[in-house]
Design a protein around this ligand. Sequence first.
Ligand code: ADE
Length: 277
Amino acid sequence: MRLDVVTIFPEYLEPLNVSLVGKARARGRLDVHVHDLRQWTYDRHNTVDDTPYGGGPGMVMKTEPWGDALDSVLADGYEAGAGEPALIVPTPSGRPFTQDVAVQLSERPWLIFTPARYEGIDRRVVDEYATRMPVNEVSIGDYVLAGGEAAVLVVTEAVARLLPGVLGNAESHRDDSFAPGAMANLLEGPVYTKPPAWRGRDIPDVLLSGHHGKIARWRRDEALRRTTANRPDLIERCGPEAFDKKDREMLSILGWEPDPEGALHGRFWRRTPGVEQ
Ligand code: ADE
């Protein structure tokens, strides 16, 4: 997979040289190109922004540097045989970046990221390139960062670990929290390693039992416990058939029950009224 990032802070992308993404690059699974947007400015001050039409606070990134940068990146990638590009525009106004989106992006040969600073990029840039390639405006969460570079790191790491040959074990991400296609999207429960006793804290006995069925059941129960506590919205969204008998028993212990009116509003599970969580 080829990645291009155009930014006014190339040094912000240094983490792409380390850890998992760095390894993916070293193994030849990822071909990363970071570009300084100011390379495509031609005035003395290397201007990339200007005041917004219509007034208002902040500055807007100008069309010309982005247009020239993207034309150049596209020409270079096509020449190198990078395949069909997709433009990834990190913005708090984008669609939520989820594991599903990460999986979809991991199947593409070439991603071009345009992290913006200030109030964002002149809209005409996205409109222009949307006529030539798929454009994904993605938000990594409901908060506003000072720029999109951190979002590029987030998206890149989530995508890179899905590429074949990057994680040692091909099954490693099958059980990820949020892995698509799972019956119910549950958060993963706690994990433990040696030593077996630490500061008076022991490992749950079941994990030492060697009984695979019991261990699987315990992990599932802990996933239900953590999900009801931290992401009740994920439980509410599960269909009526998402949970087996043992799941339902655990949910009942945790103070959850099927919502008798689920079919009306699409949330099939609810906290049992009057039961403390
Ligand atoms: N740029 C600023 N905030 C952002 C967010 N939440 N997600 C993606 N890009 C951003």
